[in-house]
Design a binder for this molecule. Sequence first.
Ligand code: HEC
Length: 506
Amino acid sequence: MRRPLRTAALGIGLLGLVLVGCCRFLLPDRYAVNAPLRQILFGRGIDPPSPARLDERLRVPDGFHFTRYAEGLPNARLLRFTPAGDLLVSQPRAGRVVLLAPDRDGDGRSDETRVVLEGLNRPHGLDLHDGWLYVAETDAIGRVRFDAGTGRAQGAFERVVTGIPGGENHFTRTLRFGPDGAMYVSVGSSCNVCIEKDARRAAMLRFQPDGSGAEIYATGLRNAVGFDWQPGTGKLYATDNGRDLLGDDFPPCELNEIRPGAFYGWPFANGNRVPDPDFGAGHEAQIAASAPPVHEFRAHNAPLGMTFVRAAGAPPGLQGAALVALHGSWNRTRKDGYRVVSLHWRDDGTIEERDFMTGFERDGDVIGRPVDVAQGPDGAFYVSDDYSGSIYRVAPGEARSVAQNDAATPPRSAQPFPLAALPVKEAKGRSEHGETLFEETGCWRCHVVGRTQDGVVVVPLAHLSQRYSIDELAAYLAAPTPPMPVFALSNEERYDLAVYLLGSRP
Ligand code: HEC
């Protein structure tokens, strides 16, 4: 599965390099590839931007401020709050679900990150129901007993649905329980535009919580990554990404109101029943019977996760609104999207789109790609970014600077930098020895992006000094958390490795 995907990604990436680099003006718009190249080429984003860069770039509405709630979560995707205020985050590429403990010390940052589940096949959608944590893998739905009080999973992860068509394009699955107690799962198309062989692709599925009673709930949805039920009306709304390769400004991305049995146009029509140039001919009747979007986002904006504003005490301007994460374009000569917007239902039934969090892209430079938005029990909004591996928290209140915020409450507040006590000369010698060990022992096989073999999940080492002293890190290496293997090293060697790592990955 991984190799063809990677080859395809590499192909697109190289095409992108060629198009962006030299021939953009010779080829029609529709083939424009203009995405953050690191992400297409290496499937990886950037290191977390510095606090100063965040302050300079990101903007939220007046009356709100933002902090970086957590970082170091590569490929952070969908979000779900537990009743205890822990935030669950899926990381499909790492195969895991992590939990961010609430911010009890009031510094605007999660107090702890902990792995809840790992070893899953591209876990993406998450929801809690009846004491279970449900997770949608690319081709299955599984669940595990989850104790919200302790924030820990118990017992085995059991798959209640298997054989969902997985992989290919749009391999992520979103899962959410509806007000009717049933489980809704969206399955994106296998391609940009095509006739699917499996009717469960480009569709919304519905199951009973035990996995029984599978039905196709709605069709013609190319990739409906985000969906939620509107409080009050109970109507189900879903985002949908329009197809690629038809130019910069067509087709629009969509918000659809999902009704049972309805067909939403793909692949025969785009936007408001506009016949598709490749697949529309001969399908006039289906196009006429298709449900048009209730709102059009700009082309290629890639709306992903959405959530209605629920918690009591939402600022007046946001009551009744929905927040939508726009992941941003790749098939567009000028980048667009890369922001969080709010949708407001007007009395006449139309929907107004307003900016909520912007600045992830400026003049083509990208520092983040929003994926999902969740509202915490504290009323604040949490935004995942799979490009820098960060979670942002946007809350009502006075503007506050991330740089000042982080400086005022450094994560290891009381402790000095772990290497500070070591004489410079000794630190240098030990660090060099540590680097040699890192190379010779093969630590890089699992920890250095770009040097790993196919199939190995990379665990980038970062921000170690915020969590370990030299002795603590040496102790970790003596008894690492599985699946990190134990190596036959002396105490001295582990100490030198720790010095090297703390100095090189502070
Ligand atoms: C076969 C793959 C593999 C190799 C080889 C490996 N590690 Fe790891 N390492 C891991 C994994 C996986 C984790 C994450 C464990 C977890 O889930 O917490 C990890 C975690 C770590 C951590 C903790 C990271 C953190 O953020 O807290 C450190 C430090 C570390 N490894 C150092 C090393 C060093 C030094 C070596 C070489 C002596 C090494 N590793 C070799 C797989 C590996």
